[in-house]
Every structure is written in structure tokens, then in C-alpha cells.
Design a protein. Sequence first.
Length: 69
Amino acid sequence: MKWLSRFLDWTSEFLATRKGLLPLIGILFIILNLLLQFLVPYTWLSLSNLFLHLGVIIAIFGLMLAWAL
């Protein structure tokens, strides 16, 4: 369990200096979902909007984490 504590400490230090990284990754996932809608419209990924949902979750989590740090 000590590895988990070290990982969380490292992640916290990494994200504290890069507050906009997670929202940016979330926006990139949303753009990727938009491109998938036009490029390959009838696949499982485009029909389920997986990257849209992941992008929104990551972006909101990143904003809340940046506010807390």
C-alpha cells in the first residue's frame, strides 16, 4: 500500500503545477468524439459517445481538482 501513497503524492505534485492538463485532455476527448461521429458514424464508439462522456467526466474532475489544489 505504500506504493499507492507514493503514487498519489507524485500525481498531486505533478497536477499542482499543471492545473489545466486534465480539462485540456477532456476537451481533446470531446473533439475526438466529434471527429468519430463524422469519420466512422456507425461504430460502437461513435454510437455510444464513449469519448464524449469520458471527456466531460475528466474535464469536470480536472476543474474540481485544480480548484482544490
